[in-house]
Design a protein around this ligand. Sequence first.
Ligand code: SAH
Ligand code: SF4
Length: 350
Amino acid sequence: MLTNLKDLDPQELEQFIIALGEMSYRSRQISKWIFNRYAESFSDMTDLSIGLRDKLCSFSTIENSLNLDSRMDSSDGTSKYLFKLFDGNKIESVLIPDGKRNTLCISTQVGCAMGCTFCLTARIGKIRNLSTSEIIDQFLIVNKINNHSITNIVYMGMGEPLDNLDNTVRSLKLLTSKDCVGLSPKRVTVSTSGLVPKIKELGNRITINLSVSLNAPYNEMRSQIMPVNKAYPIKVLLEQCRKFPLPNRKLLTFEYVLIGEFNDSDNDAIRLAELLRGINCKINLIPFNEAQPIDFKAPKDNKVISFQKILWSYGLNARVRKSRGRDILGACGQLAARYPLENQKRKFIN
Ligand code: SAH
Ligand code: SF4
């Protein structure tokens, strides 16, 4: 089998090149061709000798690991890209323009194993992890289509990035390494449902922004919607968060999905503020995006406002995240890549 060079992080590529009997600096030349100049074949790499290009052809490939299947454009400027993988599986990425920022939201798994009850991706279940090249190609393909205009990346698409930690870290190295894509780590954010030991490992392996999906201020409430809380309850999670090494001058982010009449009361806001007091962080409030067949409801607008005001009154930095791309099922929690969902299937059979 040929090695896809986009499955290797910069150190691994160097080892690969040395094993071919070449000088290590060649790996940096090759990375530049792939991630800066978007070469499509080894024959594009004109500053490498023909001998090296032949060797690369015999042992490796830089082919795309994804095929763009379709693109949907929202009335608010957001676009969703549906990709087909080599084995027929499908994933989605979402591009969200916002002023000077152009943020790409990428997937790390086909489906997700975490079982959060409010999230459509959970209904697919986990089908498999994405390879490093499948993660990084989402960026390379969408960036090329959009004239190299992507400024920020969030790992908030389908899947739990820390349940695919090795390939997540490899792809983060490719995005942030100077010889590869070269984005500042300040512009790349990994979001997690709270796999505590993996948060620790991530921090040991790379410096990157972290966003934690908290979503409830009480263990009982959080366990009801996020089964991961039974293994890693709030206190343990927050202890680990406090220790996470962030890029300079960056704050930890907590995501809080506001679900109507479930976790959106004034008391919930007060409890959340008390929990987060003393942690240097910002809070993103995400009004729940409704998606069939999930039964939860969006919060009322006045609830969202009073929730935010309570957090402010405790001196917390809280903002409401505008939902983008709802009309194309591209908003948070709506990604299902046209997989049949269990409840819909059941309805169909009945
Ligand atoms: N698995 C990771 C990243 C993907 S989910 C995580 O859970 O953090 C990205 C964000 O979408 C999470 O903060 C999650 O809580 C939120 N989310 C999931 N379903 C949602 C929905 N229906 N409405 C609004 N936000 C949702
Ligand atoms: Fe997975 Fe995140 Fe959805 Fe939970 S919210 S099921 S962790 S994608």
